[in-house]
Design a protein around this ligand. Structure first.
Ligand code: ADP
Ligand code: MG
Length: 238
């Protein structure tokens, strides 16, 4: 298990500074939700933790180690994206094990991890199916399973439920919560959905234009928003 420590992070695309001198400590084992409107830099921040983009300034520590310049595979993270492109010709089992096979993980270990993740995600009876034979919710579970088999200390989620209907979203929210309780891993979860943030988070980070506005428990940011932006986005109606 591990936390994430971000110090003085700045990310620029050309002259556009999307993340501005940002400090953030993700506590080991917490479910941290990054909440903010579209374009505020949530995905960019997540991608920088994952090592998918270069930072312009600042340091990122994961599990106490400086990972600012480390390759994604070395960072000990699992990531679930919004668009969960599964390999259409591969079974659920193969989709989930692909990354481990590429990494050269021993077969018995792969089988153990896939069985465990499949059980947690209620996919055990679907392991031989192809993605086209699955519902949207089941496909999204496979995408989560692909990250889970890495047995990482930190999981990053980028709006993983945004393509699903309201009923499925509510169901998967419950499952993600249960999963977090079972695994005890550190979760960093991006969303622009207030309900998702309020129900999942141990702490919420409210962002606007690459700057953190407030960090607190759901009750704190809801009941005591520090400014009008947070109040308008999430707070209790006055
Ligand atoms: P969010 O996930 O909160 O919707 P993003 O992190 O995707 O926001 O984007 C933040 C800003 O950075 C946006 O203005 C977006 O256009 C810009 N941006 C994101 N990725 C790139 C990129 N690869 N190149 C140039 N600009 C980008
Ligand atoms: Mg985004």
């Amino acid at each position: 298990m591990s936390g994430v420590n971000i110090e003085g992070l700045s990310i620029k695309f050309g002259h556009n500074e999307v993340i501005k001198n940002l400090d953030l400590q993700v506590i080991e084992g917490e479910f941290l939700v990054l909440l903010g409107p579209s374009g505020c830099g949530k995905s960019t921040l997540l991608h920088s933790i994952a090592g998918l983009i270069d930072v312009s300034a600042g340091r990122i520590h994961i599990g106490g180690q400086d990972m600012t310049d480390a390759e994604p595979a070395e960072r000990g993270i699992g990531m679930v994206f919004q668009s969960y492109a599964l390999y259409p010709t591969m079974t659920v089992e193969k989709n989930m094990s692909f990354g481990l096979r590429v990494a050269g993980t021993p077969k018995a270990e792969i089988a153990r991890r896939v069985a465990k993740a499949a059980e947690m995600l209620q996919l055990t009876l679907l392991l031989d199916r192809k993605p086209a034979q699955l519902s949207g919710g089941q496909r999204q579970r496979v995408a989560i399973g692909r990250a889970l088999v890495r047995e990482a200390g930190v999981f990053l989620f980028d709006e993983p439920l945004s393509n699903l209907d309201a009923k499925l979203r509510a169901e998967l929210r419950r499952e993600l919560k249960l999963l977090h309780q079972t695994l005890g891993s550190t979760m960093v979860y991006v969303t622009h959905d207030q309900v998702e943030a309020m129900t999942l988070a141990s702490r919420i980070v409210v962002m606007k234009s690459g700057v953190i506005q407030q960090i607190g428990t759901p009750a704190e940011v809801y009941e005591r928003p520090v400014n009008l932006f947070v109040a308008g986005f999430l707070g209790a109606p006055a």
